[in-house]
Design a protein around this ligand. Structure first.
Ligand SMILES: [Zn+2]
Length: 293
């Protein structure tokens, strides 16, 4: 077992992330709820709806979708991440690889042009898709992670092993029940736990059940064990942790990244949770000696 076990910022043993698709007007109400509870979220948007990319474009912004100004406003808030969802919400399984790559790149470029941000996250625009876009196309478009979707909960609290197949824990319809289990989890010497929720905000309006998400946010937002992050922040943190360098004798840990990291220390002398947790600041080397003696 490795001496350093991933812990989230401030040594937390759990993280939660929310991911909402399609860029519909109901996102404004959902965003206000996320703001009310101080919970971060990722919004996965198509770009054809914004209709700004070509002055001769005949696309009309359909009623029900956000405007480019609203997209800019959301993306300017560090509480939220904007990610790709296909330029025109294509069914990727029916597209040749070149067309899928082109659609992804167009999606990125348009969202980046409107927001001024670098956008590398992606959520599949079809439920149950796990391999509709080849890894070659995803790499060509320089996509960092891919969130899949399923109507059925995976109930998995594990960190993604393959960032191009990030299976969420559950759709929001199941999230309150799943959260009860998540809240009960205790620290172990293993990697920490992640609860990832996905959905569409229009479903709350259609099903008249906004209380589902409000109850969940009310229950989770003040839990001191949980780090709330966007999908990209989870990706970047885990990848930064994986770059941690240990000395050959295991007595020092060096953090070569620009992200402060936290590690649980698990050695032959410290094998049972709760394990000591240390901060390894960005660019610094920290001694682990006191845990080895
Ligand atoms: Zn969609």
């Amino acid at each position: 077992m490795k001496a350093c076990v991933l812990r989230f910022p401030e040594g937390k043993i759990k993280a939660m992330t929310f991911s909402y698709d399609d860029g519909v007007v109901e996102d404004k109400k959902l965003i206000n709820l996320f703001k009310k509870y101080g919970v971060k979220a990722t919004f996965n948007y198509n770009s054809s709806h914004f209709g700004e990319y070509n002055p001769t474009d005949t696309l009309v912004i359909p009623e029900g979708h956000l405007t480019a100004d609203e997209l800019r406003e959301i993306s300017a808030d560090p509480q939220f991440e904007i990610a790709c969802h296909g330029h025109a919400h294509p069914y990727y399984a029916s597209l040749p690889q070149a067309a899928a790559t082109s659609d992804l790149i167009t999606n990125r470029k348009e969202l980046e042009r409107i927001t001024g941000k670098i956008i590398r996250g992606f959520a599949y625009p079809s439920v149950s898709a796990t391999n509709d876009v080849s890894e070659t196309a995803l790499k060509a478009a320089d996509i960092a992670y891919v969130r899949t979707a399923s109507a059925e909960p995976s109930n998995s609290f594990a960190l993604p092993q393959n960032w191009y197949k990030w299976v969420p824990t559950c759709h929001h319809k199941d999230a309150n029940l799943v959260f009860e289990k998540f809240a009960e989890l205790k620290e172990t010497v293993a990697a920490p736990c992640l609860m990832s929720v996905w959905g569409h905000s229009f479903e709350f309006e259609r099903e008249n059940n906004w209380e589902l998400i409000e109850n969940l946010l009310e229950n989770c937002h003040s839990n001191p064990d949980i780090w709330f992050a966007t999908n990209m922040e989870i990706y970047e943190y885990v990848n930064a942790f994986n770059r941690l360098v240990l000395s050959a004798d295991g007595t020092k840990a060096y953090n070569p990244t620009k992200i402060d990291l936290w590690a649980g220390i698990c050695t032959k002398n410290v094998r049972k949770a709760p394990i000591p947790t240390i901060k390894i600041p960005a660019g610094e080397t920290v001694s682990l000696l006191e845990y080895l003696s």
